[in-house]
Structures are given as C-alpha cells and as structure tokens.
Design a protein around this ligand. Structure first.
Ligand SMILES: Cc1cc2nc3c(=O)[nH]c(=O)nc-3n(C[C@H](O)[C@H](O)[C@H](O)COP(=O)(O)OP(=O)(O)OC[C@H]3O[C@@H](n4cnc5c(N)ncnc54)[C@H](O)[C@@H]3O)c2cc1C
Length: 422
C-alpha cells in the first residue's frame, strides 16, 4: 500500500538523536525544497523547524514558466489575464501567473524526500564544529549531530546573517482575502501591479494594488510598497487599501483573512562560510520583484547534486564549498551587483516617476523584462536591459537612474559598465 508522504516523515521522526549527513534549519519552501532534493540523492537529512509540517502560511505567486515542471501539479490558480496599470489603460502582460497551493506543495516536497528526511520540531540556537562534522544545539537543550549544516531560516537567517548594503530596503504589503459584491479586479484574472488610485496616499511613497481572483466572489487584494527604506508600516498600507477599495467602489463584504508581508529586497551575495545557506537566508530574494520561491525550487536540485557528489567523494568541507559554488557562482554574484543597482534606482526615483519607470519596463521586448525578473539571468543581460530601459525612459526617470549609477562612489555604475562589456 502506498504510504502518504506525511506518514513517512513522522515515522522518520522516531529517531531523534541519530546523526545525519545534513541538518537543514527551517521548514519554509526553500528549506524543505533543498532537504527533499538532498534526501532524494540518498543522504540522511534532518530538518529542524519550530513547527511540524504545515502548509506554508504566505500566499506564493510565481510566473508559471519559472516554476519547475513538477510544481505545476501544486497550483491553486493560473491566470492568463495578467495586467499592469502604469496609467489609465492596462498593459496585458501576456505571461501566465500562478498561485501555489501550499498544502499540495508541502505534500509533494515531503513525497519527493521519501524516507530519508526526518522532520524534528525544535528551534536551533547554535552550532559548533566537532571533528569533521557539527553539533547543533536546540533551544530546548537538544543536540543533533550532522556532517553538514544548511541555514534555511528565512530572511534573518538562523546561523548565518544576510547582509544588506546601506540597511534593509523592505517590500511591505497589507492584504485581505475577502468576498466582494463588486469585483475589485477583473474576474478570472489578476492584476500584478496597479499604480492607479487617487486614494493611494501622498506621492512621497506610492503603493500599488496586487490583486487575484481566487474564484467565485473571493479575491486577494494587497496594497504593496515595492521597496522602501524605511519600509511602509502595516497601518499605512491597511488604510490605503481600504481607501482605494472604497474609492473604486469595491469595498470588501466578508473578510476571511489578512496577510502582512515584510522582507528585505537588497541582500548582498553572501560570503561562503562553513554553514551553507539557502533560500531567503542565502540572499536569494530577487532584488527587483521580491520573488524567491520559484527560484529556490529551481536551484535545489543543482545544489543538492553538488553537495551529494562532493560529500561522497571528498567530505563535508568540500561539500559545503561545492554547495556555495553551485548556488552563488561568480556570474550570479556579478548579476547581483547589477540588480542591486536596480534597487538603488528604485529607491532614488522620485515617487511620482515610478509608474513611468514601469511603463518603460513593460514596454521592453517581453524576453527582456522576463529575463530581468528571472532568478539566474547573467550580469551582461541585466546590464544591457537596464541600458535599454534607460534609453526608453522619460528624461526625469533617466536623471534618477544616472544618480543611482553614480552612488556609492560610482561602484554600481562601474559594475554596470563592466557587465555590459562582458
Ligand atoms: C507574506 C509574504 C508573502 C510573500 N509572497 C511571495 C510570493 O508571492 N512569491 C515569492 O516568490 N516570494 C514571496 N515572498 C518572499 C519569500 O519568498 C518568502 O518569504 C519565503 O517564505 C522565503 O522562503 P524561505 O524558505 O527561505 O524562508 P521562510 O519561509 O521564512 O522559512 C523559514 C523557516 O525557518 C524556520 N526558522 C527560522 N529560524 C529558525 C531556527 N532558529 N531554528 C529552526 N527553525 C527556524 C521558520 O520557522 C521557517 O520554518 C513572500 C514573503 C512574505 C513574508
């Protein structure tokens, strides 16, 4: 009789102290995604998280074409009517967008892991080297031994600390899942970005609506600040969302749930250390879109393959180095420098120019803006896209982009020019 993935996992929890090849800190999509791939390579893996396996609590959206094919079985919605409003008329984005079914994603990842994964409920407090391996301590006094440790503890990390140049620049959003008598977004579709709204607040910090039709009269509506330092507060975004919905004549009737989004967008490429990091803890959030989940699911097999092969042939230290090299090769580091220039530009841009910036962005050939938002695009392609965007943008936007390029003593500008020459 086939065993359910959950039963396999809970059975594996029966041996709480057995040493494992790998200990993964964190039960988010990145931690479980990598743990599953490592286990599928035959490694014994312990995943430690403060909670038992449970559907990931956040709403995860992704471009359909960026998700690995197996994840297409884990989708709650796919929209082909995907729009951006940078002015009164919609720009059709002509690119299917999906919402993940988090319960199915969890079960699928647990199923991919099979019997090699032990999920242990606990909170990791520290880790020390013992011989060739690690002793990991839990807050409850537990000790777990493993040859190799991965930090997938999310945006703040657990054993490692993601760094942001100039301090964290945050994406924040306040959302509601609610029923509506009058649709707040096109029925059957989703709005990726709507910068229209007289009610969206003072022009010093513009926000946009991100909205999805979930079926029937249910919609997710989120007032979003793409990136700001300091980030916009929950109270401000909630006020703006309700004002926007009122102003467009679509107040919510019955609210089912609220969602608060807050995470840094400008993590630098991390320095490889003795603990491997993955997911948001490894700085993998895309600096311009804020996406991470599809990229992490796509990265996991290559990182797991590199770690498993090196662990088998050369031991844990080489395996950690192999994991870092697979995750953050030099080309990706160079690309991050260029992408951070994009964040600097967005932070420098006078707020009233944001819609014009995105108008020029979505006016680029589709392949270019798709690549700009993709997790693994090289520095040269990113830089050339930014220069093309510069050429198409109106003059005030160009002036802001130049100021961003000249910031940090010209480091960013030099990174851009070096990338273009590649
Ligand atoms: C509300 C919200 C919505 C988002 N929407 C999207 C989206 O639509 N698309 C997208 O691509 N990205 C989105 N993001 C950004 C990002 O992809 C998510 O934050 C994603 O959850 C990060 O995945 P992760 O596995 O790296 O970390 P997390 O999901 O944050 O998981 C971290 C895990 O580590 C555990 N942990 C932390 N510290 C310890 C410790 N010391 N010991 C043990 N366990 C520990 C946590 O309990 C948790 O299980 C969103 C973020 C938020 C906050």
């Amino acid at each position: 009789m086939p065993r359910s993935p959950r039963r396999v996992t809970l059975r594996a929890m029966a041996a709480p102290c057995a040493p494992t090849d790998v200990l993964v800190v964190g039960g988010g999509p990145a931690g479980l995604g990598l743990a599953a791939e490592l286990a599928a390579h035959g490694l014994s893996v312990r995943l430690v998280a403060p909670h038992p396996p449970r559907p990931f609590p956040a709403t995860y959206g992704a471009w359909l074409d960026e998700l690995p094919s197996w994840a297409h079985a884990c989708l709650a919605n796919v929209w082909t009517d995907v729009r951006a409003y940078t002015g009164e008329r919609p720009t059709p984005l002509l690119r299917p967008y999906a919402r993940l079914d988090n319960a199915r994603l969890l079960d699928t990842l647990l199923g991919r892991a099979g019997g090699g994964l032990a999920w242990t409920v606990g909170t990791v407090q520290g880790a020390v080297r013992v011989g060739e391996g690690w002793e990991v301590r839990g807050q409850g006094g537990e000790t777990w031994r493993a040859s190799l440790v991965v930090d997938a503890g999310g945006h703040t990390g657990s054993l490692t600390r993601p760094q942001q140049r100039g301090g964290a620049a945050l994406q924040t959003a306040f959302g509601l899942v609610a029923h509506f008598d009058v649709p707040p977004a096109p029925p059957g579709g989703m709005v990726w970005m709507d910068y229209r709204s007289p009610a969206a607040g003072p022009a010093t910090s513009p926000t946009f609506l991100y909205a999805m039709h979930l079926g029937g009269t249910r919609y997710l509506v989120e007032e979003t600040s793409l990136v700001a330092r300091p980030g916009l507060s929950r109270a401000v975004l909630e006020r703006r969302l309700l004002a926007r919905l009122r102003a467009q004549g679509t107040p919510p009737c019955e609210v089912e749930a609220e969602e608060w989004v807050a995470f840094p967008m400008n993590a630098a490429a991390p320095c490889p250390g003795p603990v491997l990091a993955f997911g948001a803890a490894a700085g993998l959030v895309h600096p311009v879109s804020g996406f991470q989940v599809a990229g992490a699911l796509g990265d996991a097999p290559g990182v797991a393959q590199a770690v498993a092969a090196a662990l088998d042939s050369s031991g844990p230290e080489v395996a950690v180095r192999a994991g870092w090299a697979a995750l953050w090769p030099p080309e990706r580091r160079a690309a991050r420098e260029v992408a951070l220039l994009g964040v600097d530009a967005l932070l420098t841009l006078p707020p009233a120019q944001l819609p014009a910036f995105f108008d020029a962005f979505f006016g680029l050939p589709a392949a270019e803006w798709h690549a700009f938002l993709a997790p693994r695009t090289g520095a040269g392609t990113l830089a050339r896209t930014m220069l093309r965007l510069f050429a198409h943008a109106p003059n005030p936007v160009r002036a802001s982009l130049v100021r961003a390029a000249l910031a940090h003593g010209g480091t960013s500008g030099r990174a851009l020019l070096a990338a273009v020459r590649e």
